[in-house]
Ligand binder design. Structure first.
Ligand code: SAH
Length: 669
C-alpha cells in the first residue's frame, strides 16, 4: 500500500520544489494539506501522482503542481483575503487557506460545493466559506480581495473580478479562445483604474461556465477533457497525424522485407533493445522474434537478454542449445506472471532458436539470459548446488551465510520489511561476502568449467542485488526501481563481457525499461533511471532503443499482483496521447525511424511531451488514465517506434503442476 504521508513529501520535493516553486508558504501548505482526502476513495493511491484526477460532475481536482503555481503567482501572504472561483474538490481552497486569513470559494455545481464543505469541515479547516453559484460575477459582498484565482478557464477576465480586487491585489486565471486550452494570466491592480497584465504560460483547465464565461449549452458537447495539466503546447493539430503518415513505413506481415530492411539499419549496434507496450500482447513478441531472428541469422548477434529471472532463462537456454535440463530444477517460469514467457509465441521463437543453434558450433550459438532480479530463492539454490559440486567446504560456509534469510527466503518482500523494522540488514554483509569469495576463487573454479562458474557468479550477484532491492522496496520512491534496472543493465554488460569483445546483444523488455527514462516523467519527475538510459550513457550510438505501441485490441493481464491471467479489452488510446496520433495516421502497422537526421521535423513534433500508455502484467482499464499513462517525449525516448494499431492477447501455455510433472522440458507441452 502506498505510504501517503511519504508520497506527499516526495510530491512536494519533486513535482513542486523540483519545478522551481520556491515560495516557502506554498511549500509548507502543500506539505500540510492531505490531497488524498479530496480525491474519490478509489483513486486515493494516486493522490500524489503528478496529474489531475477526476471528481464528480465530470470535473477534475487540479494537478498538485498547477495549484502550487497559481498560488505562488497570486503571492498569497498570511492575513490575505482570497476569492477562488471553481471550488471543485476544495483542495486548492484548502491550500490557499493554509496561507491566507480567509478564503471565499464559489462552485456552480451544488453537489460539489456540498462535498467540498464536508471535506473541509472533516479536516477542521474553518477559514474557508464555500458558496454555490455562478462565480463569473465574483462575490461582491466579500470584496475587495487581496487575491482572486480561478480554477476554470474562460474566454476573458470577467469584469467583476477586476473590480473586486483590492489595490495591489493579484488575479490569476486561465484565459483562452478555446474551451480547454488557455494561458495563465496574471492581473495586478495598481490604482483605481490601472491594471498590469501578463501571461505566464500554457495550461489546460476545464471551462469556466457562466454569464461572463463560456455558455453552458455547447459545453455539453465538449469532451470531459483531461483538463488542467500544464502541457507546454496546445493540443497538437491534425497535421501531426499527416506527418506521421508521411514518415511511416507500413508493413503487413512479420516476415516482410520491409521489416528486414528496417532491422538492418540497427545491425551494426552493440545492443538493440526491443520494447513492448504491454507484457501480454502477441504481436509484440512476434515482431521482436522476427527482428531478433534477422539479427542472429544475418548479423551475428549471439545474446538474447530477457526481462526474466536468471535461473529461468538459464533453463530455457539449455533447451535452445540442445542441452539436457540441469538436474534438480523445476520447469522454469512457474511464478506469476507465467504467461509472460510461457506463451505460444515465445515457444515458437525458442523452437526456432534451438533448430538454428543445432547447426552451429557451440561458440557461435545464440544464448538466452535473464536480466531480472526476482529469483532470490532459486539463485541461492543455484549457488549452493554449484559449490557443492566444485568446493564442498565453501558450500558449507555459503549455506550458513544464506541461512540468514531463513524464514524469508520464499517471501523475500517480508524480509525487506523485517530488515527495515528490526535491523536484519545483516544479511547484506553475508551476501556480499559470499559474492566476493566466489569471485576471488574465479580462477580456480573457472578451471573446471567457465560456463557454470559464470552462471553461479551471476546467481550470487543476483542474491546480493535482490537483498538490497527488497530492503529498498520499503523506502519507497525510485530507489528500488533504480536498483533493479541497474542490476539488469549490469547483467547485460556481464553477458557481453562473457561472450567476448565482439559479442552483440538483443534485449527484450518492457518499454518502461527500454525507452530512455530521462525523456519521460519517470526520469524527469520521479528520478527513475532504466536500462535504456544506462545503455545510451554507456554505449552511446552503439545502442538502439526501439519502442512498440498499440491503439486497441486485447491483452493478457491480471487485475492484481498474483491474480489470474485474464484476456482484457485494451481501451482505445486517449486523446492526448502519442497512441492517439499514431492511430490517426491511419496505417494498421508501420515503422517509424526516429534517428537524428531522418525525419527531423517529425522528431521535433514527437519530442513535445504527450501521454504514453504503459500496460504491464496488471491492467486496470477503469483507472487507465492514472494507472497506465505517463508523460513522455517519444522521439527522445526511442531511436525507432513500431506501431500495430490492433493487437491481441498472447496465448498462454498450460503451466505444469509442481509435483510429478512428466519431463517435457522446458514448457511441459
Ligand atoms: N480547484 C479545484 C479544481 C476544480 S475544477 C480543485 O482543486 O479541486 C474547476 C471547477 O470550476 C469545477 O468544479 C467547475 O464546476 C467549476 N466552475 C466552472 N465554471 C464555474 C463558475 N462560473 N462558477 C463557479 N464554479 C465554476
Amino acid at each position: 500500500m502506498t505510504n501517503l504521508p511519504e508520497a506527499r513529501e516526495l510530491m512536494v520535493e519533486r513535482q513542486i520544489a523540483g519545478r522551481s516553486i520556491g515560495d516557502p508558504n506554498v511549500l509548507a501548505a502543500m506539505r500540510r494539506v492531505p490531497r488524498e482526502e479530496f480525491v474519490p476513495a478509489h483513486l486515493r493511491e494516486f493522490a500524489y501522482d503528478d496529474t489531475p484526477l477526476p471528481i464528480a460532475e465530470q470535473q477534475t481536482i487540479s494537478q498538485p503542481y498547477i495549484v502550487a503555481r497559481m498560488i505562488e503567482a497570486a503571492q498569497l501572504r498570511p492575513g490575505d483575503r482570497v476569492l477562488e472561483i471553481g471550488t471543485g474538490s476544495g483542495y486548492a481552497a484548502a491550500i490557499a487557506a493554509a496561507i491566507a486569513a480567509h478564503v471565499d470559494t464559489v462552485e456552480r455545481h451544488a453537489a460539489l460545493a456540498q462535498s467540498a464543505r464536508e471535506t473541509l469541515a472533516r479536516l477542521g479547516i474553518d477559514n474557508v466559506t464555500v458558496h454555490t453559484g455562478d462565480g463569473t460575477h465574483g462575490l461582491p459582498e466579500g470584496a475587495p480581495y487581496d487575491a482572486i484565482f480561478a480554477s476554470a478557464g474562460g474566454p476573458h477576465v470577467p469584469r467583476a473580478w477586476r473590480e473586486q480586487l483590492a489595490l495591489g491585489g493579484r488575479l490569476i486565471m486561465p484565459v483562452g479562445h478555446e474551451r480547454y486550452h488557455q494561458r495563465l494570466v496574471k492581473v495586478v491592480r495598481r490604482t483605481e483604474h490601472d491594471y498590469d497584465e501578463r501571461t505566464l504560460g500554457a495550461v489546460m483547465f476545464v471551462p469556466l461556465i457562466g454569464d461572463d464565461g463560456w455558455p453552458a449549452e455547447d459545453a455539453m458537447l465538449d469532451p470531459p477533457a483531461v483538463a488542467d495539466s500544464p502541457t507546454q503546447h496546445a493540443r497538437a493539430p491534425d497535421d501531426l497525424a499527416a506527418a506521421i503518415r508521411a514518415a511511416a513505413e507500413p508493413f503487413t506481415d512479420f516476415e516482410s522485407a520491409i521489416l528486414e530492411y528496417f532491422t538492418d539499419r540497427f545491425a551494426a549496434r552493440r545492443v538493440v533493445l526491443l520494447g513492448e507496450a504491454s507484457h501480454g500482447t502477441a504481436e509484440f513478441y512476434r515482431l521482436r522474434a522476427a527482428i531478433t531472428r534477422r539479427l542472429i541469422e544475418e548479423h551475428g548477434f549471439s545474446i538474447v537478454a530477457l526481462e526474466a529471472d536468471w535461473p529461468d532463462a538459464a533453463a530455457l537456454d539449455r533447451h535452445v542449445r540442445n542441452r539436457p535440463p540441469a538436474s534438480g530444477r523445476e520447469a522454469p517460469f512457474r511464478r506469476f506472471p507465467t504467461w509472460m514467457w510461457r506463451n505460444t509465441d515465445v515457444k515458437a521463437f525458442t523452437d526456432w532458436l534451438r533448430g538454428h543453434n543445432a547447426t552451429l558450433p557451440q561458440e557461435r550459438q545464440a544464448r538466452l539470459y535473464g536480466l531480472d532480479i526476482y529469483s532470490l530463492s532459486e539463485s541461492i539454490d543455484a549457488v549452493l548446488r554449484y559449490l557443492d559440486s566444485v568446493d564442498p567446504a565453501a558450500a558449507r560456509i555459503a549455506r550458513e551465510r544464506y541461512g540468514c534469510f531463513g524464514p524469508w527466503q520464499k517471501d523475500p518482500a517480508v524480509y525487506g520489511r523485517a530488515a527495515l523494522e528490526g535491523g536484519y540488514a545483516q544479511c547484506e554483509q553475508h551476501v556480499v561476502a559470499q559474492l566476493q569469495d566466489l569471485l576471488r576463487n574465479r580462477l580456480d573454479y573457472a578451471e573446471h568449467d567457465g560456463e557454470t562458474f559464470f552462471d553461479a557468479s551471476q546467481n550470487a550477484r543476483l542474491v546480493a542485488s535482490a537483498e538490497r532491492y527488497y530492503r529498498a522496496m520499503y523506502y519507497g520512491g525510485a530507489h528500488s526501481w533504480n536498483l533493479r534496472d541497474t542490476h539488469m543493465f549490469e547483467t547485460l554488460r556481464h553477458t557481453l563481457d562473457a561472450r567476448g569483445p565482439h559479442a552483440r546483444a538483443v534485449v527484450w523488455a518492457h518499454n518502461s525499461h527500454i525507452g530512455d527514462a530521462s525523456a519521460t516523467e519517470m526520469g524527469r519527475i520521479s528520478r527513475e533511471i532504466n536500462v535504456g538510459q544506462l545503455c545510451r550513457e554507456y554505449f552511446g550510438d552503439e545502442a538502439a532503443l526501439i519502442g512498440f505501441g498499440t491503439h486497441a485490441g486485447t491483452v493478457a493481464a491480471a487485475s492484481d499482483w498474483d491474480g489470474p491471467m485474464e484476456v482484457k479489452e485494451v481501451r482505445p488510446a486517449l486523446d492526448d496521447s502519442y497512441e492517439y496520433w499514431m492511430h490517426r495516421a491511419g496505417q494498421p502497422r508501420f515503422l517509424l525511424d526516429l534517428r537524428p537526421g531522418v525525419h527531423d521535423a517529425l522528431r521535433a513534433r514527437l519530442s513535445e511531451p504527450l501521454l504514453e500508455r504503459f500496460i504491464g502484467v496488471i491492467y486496470r482499464p477503469d483507472t487507465e488514465r492514472y494507472s497506465h499513462y505517463a508523460q513522455a517525449s517519444l522521439a527522445d525516448q526511442f531511436d525507432a517506434y513500431v506501431w500495430v494499431d490492433r493487437t491481441s492477447a498472447v496465448e498462454p501455455l498450460p503451466t505444469p503442476m509442481r509435483e510429478g510433472t512428466p519431463d517435457t522440458f522446458p514448457f511441459g507441452v
